[in-house]
Design a protein around this ligand. Structure first.
Ligand code: HEM
Length: 480
């Protein structure tokens, strides 16, 4: 009895001490450390809306304005205003004005900046990086060089798909077509064949991740065994297994694709077999995940804008017909598509793929004139920069590709604020691939069809990890 009582006392004491330890730890990481960080930043004049514990201001940030029912007419220019920042992140837009324009803290650990100078410094900074991906460390750049050429080939190989019968229909919801197209392109470029299952699972993974985006910052949430977390883990595992099978199946293949380049690069390293497998699978995942959506969505926005501004559609068509002259495209031809490049740049300004660039201070650092404590995340709000009249002039909310007539340097002051593909050592690995894909896709479409916005189209940019049209884009399509 006495022994049992003693044991019970020991266990309950251990439990009590353990619980107190956990509470102290949580209090420290959720209240004390962020509080200290906030106070350091506040002393330097950086203010922001009062954050709540755990989620800071994330829930407010996730709220968007009611989707507008824009009655788009065939010449619907008046019906659409291009003000993505205030549409997608209305709170951010409000706070930006309220708290000293550009600098504020918006959740305990996040320092929010959109001052142009910060971007310039960011491009030079490496101490903010948490390490470059392995393929970069090894000097492997699977999407540069031959990767891009391969993308060209893959896109052209799909020319007939774009011209499939459903595209001759009068009314087309373009989104699914372009997503399927982009999925096939990256699948071919990466694996040498159309791995529909991998792509559809990545899409499902992205849809779940979108729903959780507002809650991402809540500590520990990702590891709770909730239904959606379990579904996400299952999908992640499935994608991993499918890519692994693909890798084993094609191991000795002589075909030139990203998978082969990764396998080759990994083989030349001193990694163990297990590490090689994980390296190849993880990199394929990292490349396919952004490529699938990122290839399609900018093309969807560009088509929406060309449908809305037929004069630019005509200019792009004339340029494409003149340069391609009935032949298949080459890299040199793509480089000559100046008007189309200007249109794509303007489209990425008004409807950027992501609204921010993020870095974490891994050390106490001085950055943008501010002492940034270790552990603070810095979010550069690209979207806010793209809607700043001081940078772009009074027509900032207008679609005016002409502003890129003299390239990025001529379009904005200072030029480094326009960074659709990010900046520094972690900038977009697929930027040349993406530009080639979008250019070829738009060229094919404008040279075969004319299009205008359908009255069914509802303009409502929404943030689902990336900024996409909430209800898709409905076009009226006619064969040229
Ligand atoms: C127009 C389309 C695209 C845009 C606007 C875009 C934009 C971006 C941006 C802003 C980043 C973050 C850069 C930074 O933090 O500095 C990024 C990273 C990345 N993108 Fe893209 N992207 C596009 C298409 C693609 C495509 C098609 C692929 C793959 C084929 C791709 C692969 C990647 C990868 C792997 C990273 C991570 C790079 C790293 O962390 O080192 N992207 N992209």
């Amino acid at each position: 009895m006495g022994l049992a009582f003693m044991l019970l006392r020991i266990v309950s004491t251990l439990f009590l001490v353990g619980s107190i330890g956990v509470v102290i730890r949580l209090y420290n990481s959720l209240v004390l450390i962020p509080g200290r960080q906030r106070s350091k930043l506040r002393k330097q004049g950086i203010r922001g809306p009062p954050p709540s514990i755990l989620v800071g201001n994330l829930l407010q940030l996730g709220k968007k304005t009611e989707s507008k029912n824009s009655n788009v007419t065939r010449d619907g220019k008046q019906a659409i205003t291009h003000s993505c920042c205030s549409d997608v992140l209305p709170f951010l837009d409000k706070w930006r004005r309220q708290y000293d324009m550009f600098k504020f803290i918006f959740r305990p650990l996040v320092l929010h900046m959109s001052h142009p100078d910060v971007v310039k410094e960011m491009s030079a900074y490496t101490s903010f990086d948490m390490g470059r991906p392995f393929y970069q460390k090894q000097g492997l750049h699977p999407l540069y060089g031959e990767g891009i050429l391969h993308a060209n080939g893959a896109v052209w190989a799909h020319q007939r798909k774009v011209m499939a019968p459903e595209f001759y229909m009068d009314k087309v919801k373009i989104d699914e077509h372009l997503r399927n197209f982009s999925g096939e392109v990256i699948s071919k470029a990466c694996f040498g064949s159309n791995c529909k299952e991998i792509i559809s699972k990545l899409r499902a993974l992205q849809e779940i991740a979108c729903k959780k985006v507002a809650l991402q910052g809540i500590p520990g949430l990702r590891s709770l065994p909730t239904e959606s977390n379990k579904e996400m883990w299952r999908l992640e595992k499935d994608v991993h297994t499918l890519i692994w099978k693909e890798m084993k199946r094609k191991g000795a293949d002589s075909e030139k694709n990203i998978l082969q380049m990764l396998i080759q690069g990994a083989k030349n390293s001193d990694l163990s077999q297990d590490e090689v497998d994980n390296f190849v699978v993880d990199n394929c995942k990292n490349i396919c995940f952004p490529a699938y959506e990122n290839g399609a969505v900018p093309a969807i926005w560009t088509l929406m804008l060309l449908a809305l501004y037929p004069e630019w559609q005509d200019k792009v068509r004339a340029e494409v017909l003149e340069i391609f002259d009935g032949q298949s495209s080459t890299s040199a031809m793509l480089n000559k598509l100046k008007t189309l490049t200007m249109v794509i740049y303007e489209s990425l300004r008004l409807y950027p793929l992501g609204c921010m660039l993020t870095r974490e201070a891994v050390l106490d650092t001085r950055f943008g004139g501010v002492d940034v404590p270790k552990g603070v995340s810095i979010w550069v709000m690209m979207m806010a920069l793209y809607e700043d009249p001081n940078i772009w002039g009074p027509d900032v909310h207008k679609f005016n590709p002409e502003r890129f007539g003299n390239g990025i340097n001529g379009a904005c002051k200072p030029p480094y604020v326009y960074i659709p593909f990010g900046t520094g050592p972690r900038s977009c690995l697929g930027q040349h691939f993406a530009m080639a894909e979008i250019k070829i896709l738009i060229s094919l479409l404008v040279s075969n069809f004319t299009f205008s916005l359908s009255p069914k189209y509802r303009h409502s940019p929404v943030m689902n990890l990336i900024i996409e049209p909430e209800f898709g884009v409905d076009l009226l399509v006619r064969k040229v």
